[in-house]
Design a protein around this ligand. Structure first.
Ligand SMILES: Cc1ncc(COP(=O)(O)O)c(C=O)c1O
Length: 417
């Protein structure tokens, strides 16, 4: 099946496409080539089976029942939290909050931490590379509190200008919030360096890990980041489940986000007291199935080895960039330095609008993304409305890239009249 020749340590990643049922589909007589994993990833059969297992065998509410089924579902739910803790090397499961996804995790933080800690005159540093999810919640906080948002500029290759970042830091800075890896330009940001500088200035750090965590090893203790947000659906898990990691002492001090069942200690008609972490931030019946299935996705990634995932994508990225660079009609956005980028490649094909290109590729069952990738200000910065984006994950192969290149050639012929 695979034309991928992955060296040494990456051998485990070979030939796993067949484990992903959707990738075995044939549409319009062509096998599906999925190059849109930055939007959402495909799911292996064992992850899909876990969902069926939960609803078939131990579907019951968690933390409430004293009967066996509820105890079983609670055990699986808590085990998944432990798997997440281990995956990012948090100190305690008290630091792992289940959310709907990255977006909700950042909104939780902006509301619960932001409203309690930010006031007029304070500053929050973001970057020009951010996804709308790491912009809009902070804009809303700024409107509520009068705090100021500052932005770390990028250079022409979509790499953060750290000298400019240093100039933005001051005793007014309360938070530095940035993505570990850009969904739009692929840039890998230097998390440790940015974090150390923020801490030196007395600010906290949030890493938007929506793209970083599924593709790279992360150790929240070694990096010393204060908060991390990420989504299950981009890492072979289900939609509707994500994580907010926070250092326990900071989460402990934060007021709750949503109120309701489970998150309470004592409830009176006029007031309530709240329970301990992590449930303090998990009001109501949570996405039990989602959490348990995310646990299975993490087991799957652990079996592959997350370092192997990164290596696999690095090789595919190198291969693609090399092919793209051979075609003068392709303009690559973002850096071509493989140490500074991941496997999401934004490009423009001369003379073909990204949406037209995506449609032609779709007619050959190749799925890429065309649009602003939820980074409108970044597109504006480059003076464009949209790019085409091909993004990789564990199941992609060099054959996939070859098919992309082949159909780009067909698109070129169609538009060259
Ligand atoms: C960098 C980045 N941040 C945040 C998000 C939002 O993730 P979600 O839609 O899963 O909440 C995305 C999704 O594409 C992303 O790429």
């Amino acid at each position: 099946m695979s034309g991928t020749e992955i060296k040494g340590a990456t051998s485990k990643i070979e030939n796993i496409k067949s484990e992903f049922p959707e990738l075995n589909r044939v549409i319009n007589g062509k096998p599906v080539v999925f190059l849109d994993s930055a939007a959402t990833s495909q799911k292996p059969q064992r992850v899909i089976d876990k969902l069926v297992e939960y609803y078939s065998n131990y579907n019951a509410n968690v933390h409430r029942g004293v009967y066996s089924l509820s105890m079983e579902s609670t055990e699986e739910y808590d085990t998944a939290r432990e798997l997440v803790r281990e995956f990012i090397n948090a100190r305690s499961t008290n630091e792992i909050i289940y959310t709907k996804g990255t977006t909700e995790a950042i909104n939780l933080l902006a509301r619960a931490w932001g409203d309690a800690n930010i006031k007029e005159g304070d500053e929050i540093i973001l970057t020009e590379l951010e996804h709308h999810s790491n912009l809009v919640p902070w804009q809303m906080l700024s409107q509520r509190t009068g705090c100021k948002l500052r932005f770390v500029p990028i250079d022409d290759h979509a790499v953060l200008q750290l000298d400019e970042y240093k100039k933005l830091l001051s005793d007014k800075t309360r938070l530095v919030a940035f993505n570990g890896q850009s969904n739009s330009m692929g840039t890998l940001n230097p998390i440790k360096e940015i974090t150390e500088l923020a801490h030196d200035a007395g600010a906290l750090v949030l890493v938007d890990g929506a793209q970083y965590v599924p593709h790279n090893k992360i150790d929240v203790q070694a990096l010393d980041i204060d908060f991390l947000a990420f989504s299950g659906h981009k890492m072979c898990g289900p939609t509707g489940i994500g994580i907010l990691y926070g250092k326990e002492n900071i989460l402990d001090e934060m007021p709750p986000f949503l109120g309701g069942g489970d998150m309470i200690d004592m409830v009176h008609y006029e007031y309530s007291t709240y329970t301990k972490l992590p449930i303090k931030f998990e009001a109501g019946t949570p996405n039990i199935a989602g959490a348990i299935v995310l646990g299975e996705a993490i087991r799957f990634l652990n079996d592959l080895g997350i370092e192997n995932v990164r290596e696999h994508e690095r090789e595919l990225t190198a291969y693609t960039l090399e092919k793209f660079q051979q075609n003068p009609k392709i303009k690559i956005y973002g850096t071509t330095d493989l140490d500074k980028r991941g496997g999401a490649i934004s490009f423009e094909y001369e003379g073909i609008h990204p949406h037209d290109l995506a449609q032609i590729l779709d007619s050959e069952s190749i799925c890429i993304r065309a649009g602003h990738h939820c980074t409108q200000p970044l597109m504006r910065k480059f003076g464009i409305a949209a790019t085409s984006r091909a993004s990789f994950y564990v199941y992609n192969t060099k054959d996939d890239v070859d098919r992309l290149i082949e159909v780009l050639g067909k698109a070129d012929e169609m538009f060259s009249f």
